[in-house]
Design a binder for this molecule. Structure first.
Ligand SMILES: C[S@@+](CC[C@H](N)C(=O)[O-])C[C@H]1O[C@@H](n2cnc3c(N)ncnc32)[C@H](O)[C@@H]1O
Length: 187
């Protein structure tokens, strides 16, 4: 696992785009309500959502990333409440968010807590690596990569809206055949 504090020390917020799962499904966004950028890093998803009108909470365990994001939000007058949180610890919070986005983070034991935090009618956007690492991108440890259909099984109590899992087919160096994209609505 990378040393995330070190990683973020040498990086700045420079208008990185949000995750593809948000971009591809932006017609689903109302732009109103509370959103959560979960394991936000420098908060590309949260910044994009705040610019669309959401009040954003952004959580990550990296103090450096959260400090850079808080400063950026203040300077740009964005409604982002960035907080240092260990997301491997249990967060019991029911029906709080209208939208949660998770990109490139996976901690299996707490996957169900993510859906618990979404209000009925709210949306979960999830994108991360899946299968085996055949192209040098993303983690090699299977603990941090989704298994086939895993999100469909974990969130089978949600209403599926959008799903893509190329299962490593095609050119492993092109596109997103090594990732899963998932959007579902909380019932
Ligand atoms: C690959 S980065 C993804 C960041 C961001 N979501 C993105 O798509 O750019 C993984 C993030 O997970 C965070 N992270 C790792 N373990 C964590 C934990 N236990 N609690 C909270 N955040 C954690 C890291 O600090 C890092 O920012």
């Amino acid at each position: 696992m990378p040393d995330w504090e070190l990683h973020y020390q040498s990086r700045e917020i420079t208008g990185q785009p949000p995750a593809d799962v948000l971009m591809l499904n932006q017609h689903l966004l109302s732009g109103a309500g509370q959103a959560l950028d979960y394991a936000c890093g420098l908060g590309a998803n949260g910044i994009w959502l705040a610019n669309k009108g959401y009040h954003v909470s952004a959580w990550d365990s990296s103090k450096v990333a959260i400090s850079k994001l808080s400063q950026y939000a203040e300077q740009n007058n964005l409604s982002i409440d960035a907080e240092v949180r260990d997301l491997e610890a249990v967060t019991v919070m029911q029906d709080k968010f209208d939208l949660v986005v998770v990109s490139f983070f996976l901690h299996r034991p707490t996957l169900n807590f993510i859906s618990d935090m979404i209000k009925p009618g709210g949306l979960l956007f999830y994108q991360t690596f899946s299968g085996e690492n055949n192209n040098g991108r993303g983690p090699s440890n299977p603990a941090f990569r989704l298994k086939r259909h895993e999100l469909l099984e974990v969130y089978n109590n949600m209403e599926l809206v959008f799903y893509r899992e190329d299962n490593g087919l095609g050119d492993p160096c092109k596109g997103i055949s090594d990732q899963v994209m998932f959007v579902a609505e909380k019932k």
